[in-house]
Design a binder for this molecule. Structure first.
Ligand SMILES: Cc1cc2nc3c(=O)[nH]c(=O)nc-3n(C[C@H](O)[C@H](O)[C@H](O)COP(=O)(O)O)c2cc1C
Length: 142
């Protein structure tokens, strides 16, 4: 059974490239073994991550991620059973939201910078779907 989990959180450390880079190294190391795929978005002090895979694997990984001291205020935006993956090409793709076309961000947000804490989960999911469609996702490196 496949599930998809989208959450947002606040970085507890300044989001330098090395912080994101370290998280991505861990993701690329662990996620293929777990069969987990997804996308990590970041900007200012906000993370937004979608995880897809088996329910046990995604829940166990999510539990570990929640305990990570590099962020806090973890909020689940969407948790759903899915019949197919949407982010299956990425063991953990990445999107620096600062590099995304502001017009695309405004499509689903009140402000040019999305606020997942004050938005519906479905609007944020629609934004991530659009990032896939517009090939805004980087697979490796920061
Ligand atoms: C926002 C955020 C997203 C993360 N995403 C993942 C992930 O997709 N996969 C992963 O293995 N670790 C991820 N981590 C790191 C985990 O919290 C944890 O540090 C890591 O899984 C430990 O792996 P290790 O024992 O191999 O070092 C993330 C951490 C943060 C703060």
């Amino acid at each position: 059974m496949l599930i998809r989990c989208l959450y947002a959180s606040r970085a507890s450390v300044p989001l330098h490239a090395t912080v994101v880079g370290d998280i991505l190294v861990q993701s690329h190391k662990n996620n293929p073994r777990l069969g987990v795929t997804g996308l990590l978005c970041y900007y200012n002090d906000v993370f937004m991550q979608v995880l897809e895979g088996g329910r046990d694997e995604v829940c166990e990984l999510f539990n570990a991620i929640v305990r990570d001291s590099r962020h806090n205020n973890v909020r689940i935006l969407v948790f759903e059973e899915i019949s197919e993956r949407r982010f299956g090409n990425w063991s953990m793709g990445q999107v620096n939201i600062a590099k995304v076309n502001p017009g695309l961000l405004l499509k689903y947000s009140e402000k040019p910078v999305p606020d997942p804490f004050g938005s519906s989960g479905h609007a944020m999911m629609a934004l991530l779907n659009e990032l896939v469609a517009t090939a805004s996702i980087v697979n490796r490196g920061v």
